[in-house]
Design a protein around this ligand. Structure first.
Ligand code: HEM
Length: 391
């Protein structure tokens, strides 16, 4: 299902919820899968070890054709215990302490983009000029990937993740990205990397895990690709849609401008309300009885967190955007063993990007009506392709 308003879940989710916390739906290839819309059921299932995340299983469900190719075999595409090994290698780089240390560079990156916007004139498309370059630059600096290659990897990411891509286009994009990382790893191995400013987590992984034989070169390329893709595409869409939602809810924006201490809570509410990464998918590795039904072994299961995050049992008056509500228990970063590894980083980026933008450009407003912006098709990271603004 596609959204009709970029910041609300597809209207069909509410109909599904009326049928109960779990419903059956037919996928494009004719296969029937479960769709979970209940908040409690989503949480229970995401911590249930009988639900597998292993994308290499032949019975893993396919939501849109592009997902049949370019299957992610690292991190979110694996089950414990293999998954734990990869996660443990990375988690130390994304702690609150590590992210706090990155805040000054995130602020520098954000301010440089705002300087460029202000220098240019009184209007811009904020997707290419702010929402995308901020997280792209941040993840490049963190990983040690040269930002000068951003047009290449942003384009391939779009091809890989856009619902309208064919399986072939998505597979070609994944191959191109893996090839890019293999070459970069080769350069780092040979010591040919330009050591400043292009050093980062990837260099550490090359030294500590690849040279020691703990990780193979293809596995390292896959992990690096995933971190780059997950690190910029989700956050970019979140920044874009957050600006849009705030501009469309002027009362909430005014409250936020008047009291900067509301920013942390506002980011949580934006994460809940927008739920940009809302296509969590699993396959049942054994029968599971839940919510009055039995999910049978081999059944595909979709857990659209955009639905769980709008359930009234967890969030009273769920369709209301309220920056002071308590939303921290949202599922926008998933839940359980695969819960987003980059969530502290994403929160810091959102706080700094939104906080600086609304402070430095207080007259910011949309240059076109909401209806003219269009929404991304379902099966993509949710967002808008354009965000024309003026000030
Ligand atoms: C607002 C931005 C973001 C959102 C909404 C988001 C959302 C999510 C969600 C929902 C999952 C769980 C998927 C599942 O269980 O199937 C996830 C996992 C993941 N995310 Fe994020 N993410 C964001 C930013 C980031 C950033 C900045 C990084 C940085 C590198 C990142 C890296 C990852 C990784 C590596 C995983 C897989 C973790 C695992 O399987 O153990 N994400 N993310």
């Amino acid at each position: 299902m596609s959204r009709t308003c970029p910041y609300h879940p597809p209207p069909g989710y509410a109909n599904l919820r009326e049928r109960g916390p779990l419903s059956r739906a037919r996928l494009y290839d004719g296969r029937v899968a479960w769709v979970v819309t209940g908040y409690e059921e989503t949480r229970r299932l995401l911590v249930d070890p009988r639900l597998s995340s292993d994308r290499s299983r032949p019975d893993f469900p396919v939501l849109v054709p592009r997902m049949a190719a370019a299957r992610l075999t690292a991190l979110v595409g694996m089950d414990p215990p293999e998954h734990d090994v990869q996660r443990r290698m990375l988690i130390g780089n994304f702690t609150v302490r590590r992210v706090t240390a990155l805040r000054p560079s995130i602020r520098r990156i954000v301010d440089e983009r705002i300087d460029a916007l202000l220098a240019k004139g009184e209007g811009a498309d904020l997707i290419p000029e702010f929402a995308l370059p901020v997280p792209s630059t941040v993840i490049c600096e963190l990983l040690g990937v040269p930002y000068r290659d951003h047009e290449f990897f942003e384009e391939q990411t779009r091809r890989m993740l856009m619902a309208t891509s064919t399986a072939r286009q998505a597979a070609d994009a994944a191959t191109a990205l893996l090839g890019y990382f293999d070459t970069l790893i080769g350069a780092k191995l040979a010591g040919k990397g330009e050591h400043t400013p292009d050093d980062g987590l990837l260099d550490e992984l090359v030294e500590d895990r690849l040279r020691t034989g703990e990780l193979s070169r293809p596995d390292l390329a896959t992990i690096a690709m995933f971190l780059l893709v997950a690190g910029h595409e989700t956050t970019a869409n979140m920044i874009g849609l957050s600006i849009l939602a705030l501009l469309e809810h002027s009362g909430e924006l005014a409250r936020l401008r008047a009291d900067g201490t509301l920013l942390t809570g506002a980011v949580e509410e934006l994460l809940r309300f927008l739920s940009v990464a809302d296509e969590l998918q699993r396959v049942a590795a054994a029968d599971i009885e839940i919510g009055g039904v039995v999910i049978e072994q081999g059944d595909g299961v979709y857990l659209p967190n955009a639905a769980a995050n709008r359930s009234a049992e967890a969030f009273p008056d769920p369709d209301m955007f309220d920056i002071t509500r308590s939303s921290r228990h949202h599922l926008a970063f998933g839940y359980g063993v695969h819960q987003c590894i980059g969530q502290n980083l994403a929160r810091a980026e959102l706080e700094i990007a939104l906080g600086r933008l609304i402070t430095r450009i207080p007259t910011l407003r949309l240059a076109e009506p909401l209806d003219a912006l269009g929404t991304k098709p379902g099966g993509s990271v949710q967002g808008v392709l354009r965000l024309p603004v003026t000030w």
